[in-house]
Design a protein around this ligand. Structure first.
Ligand SMILES: [Zn+2]
Length: 412
């Protein structure tokens, strides 16, 4: 038998060293968590309080302490979604070569639009709409990532074609909902109080105020409510989606989500925000149309979350139900947020538009479109493999009537 003599001092030192090391690890983990928490607190924003909450709670769309959809959302299984992400993601879900953009500067917007309307698709759902002498900036995202963190999260496919400091004078910024690819904390801070108005759905104002926007500039609206500025009426419209920015999912459905109708004296534009299919498009078209252009959510879809985003064929159906307007796909070619190939949305849109006779324009990033005289669709994206609607259908839950039935009822 061998005796091992351990010097009690050495043992004490070893215990101390181990204790010191574990203390150090715990301290580092705590410090990192605290940093993440503090940092994400700023970027995640702030929950509404006071009169803001009162207005939210008196909304007909607020039930059981959260906002609700016009048609309930069936939530996807996280397990199934994870499996699909691991085994079924397209190898073409993001571009392998740089995307060529049209570089713009402030001088490009000096002259008024030829027909009183000009729509410039900048990126994803960031759009500059010049309409009847007003300039409206939609869901501006200039950050590198759709994320609370600078170094983690979905990265943009291309640099903005227009520098933020080169923006022409803006009459109002409209926000559709508080997801990171639509409400960007860094962009809002940079735009700051030089924007006369931020027009947002209920509850979103609390984030803006927390980031330094003066409360007099923040206009919070419920669905169907309007705000007028610079001769333009901005109306929030229903959408089927959800909201939330917390990394811990603690603020799901706590702010409202919406689409927007931007109506000047001679022109009208519909912007869908993020939405799945529901029966509200006929009503929106009837009450707030006719539209010159329809900017429709056309990307980041999947059958697993068919109650969150429109599939391409559904996006064309929604346009038919709205009744009018040049179809312009948005919410594609921005971030890798789903499983489909990055060019699939527009391939499917082109096929469906041809079938249904819907007029479309597919601008290159930075390109301006005149809806009264749209350019012929020219493929500026690469030809990559994609799945057809029969290979990867997107069918939302709870829909009772087809587009044909809805339109037949409307015409009676
Ligand atoms: Zn969203």
């Amino acid at each position: 038998m061998r005796f091992i003599f351990i010097d009690p001092n050495l043992e004490r030192n070893m215990i101390n060293t181990t204790a010191k090391f574990s203390d150090l690890v715990i301290s580092i983990v705590l410090a990192l968590s605290l940093c993440l928490l503090l940092f994400s607190c700023t970027t995640t924003g702030k929950r509404a309080s006071g009169s803001r909450t009162q207005k939210m709670k008196s909304s007909p769309n607020w039930k059981d302490e959260r906002f609700v959809n016009p048609l309930p959302r069936q939530e996807e299984s996280i397990l199934e979604a994870s499996k699909k992400y691991l085994f079924e993601k397209s190898e073409f879900s993001s571009p392998k070569r740089p995307i060529e953009t049209i570089q713009r500067n402030r001088a490009d917007f000096d002259s008024s639009p030829v027909d009183g309307i000009r729509i410039t698709w900048l990126f994803h759902s960031s759009i500059l709409i010049e309409i009847d002498d007003a300039r409206i900036l939609v869901d501006p995202v200039w950050s590198k990532r759709a994320s609370p963190l600078d170094s983690l999260g979905p990265k943009r496919f291309f640099e903005m074609p227009l520098a933020l400091d080169d923006l022409p004078e803006i009459d109002a910024v409209v926000i559709s909902h508080d997801h990171y690819d639509h409400l960007d904390h860094r962009t809002i801070k940079r735009l700051g109080n030089r924007i006369p108005y931020y027009v947002v759905p209920l509850g979103v104002g609390a984030h803006l105020e927390y980031w330094g926007i003066e409360s007099k500039r923040i206009i919070e609206l419920d669905w169907w409510e309007s705000f007028q500025t610079s001769g333009v009426t901005l109306t929030a419209t229903p959408a089927r989606h959800f909201s939330g920015r917390s990394l811990f999912l603690s603020d799901l459905y706590q702010t409202l989500w919406c689409g927007w109708v931007i109506a000047g004296k001679d022109h009208r534009v519909f912007y869908s925000g993020d939405t799945a299919k529901f029966h509200g498009f006929v009503d929106i078209g009837k009450q707030l149309g006719p539209f010159d252009a329809v900017l429709m959510d056309t990307g980041a879809y999947d059958q697993l979350w068919a109650d969150v985003h429109l599939g391409p064929e559904q996006a064309i159906e929604a346009r038919l139900e709205l009744g009018s307007g040049l179809f312009i796909p948005i919410h594609w070619a921005g971030f890798d947020l789903a499983l489909h190939g990055w060019t699939e949305p527009v391939e499917r849109i082109m096929a469906e538009a041809e079938k249904t006779g819907v007029e479309i324009a597919i601008p290159r990033p930075g390109e301006s479109i005149n809806p009264r005289n749209p350019p012929v669709v020219k493929r500026w994206w690469p030809e990559l493999p994609w799945q057809t609607p029969s290979e990867a259908p997107v069918v939302s839950s709870g829909l009772k009537n087809s587009t044909t039935e809805l339109l037949a009822v409307q015409q009676k």
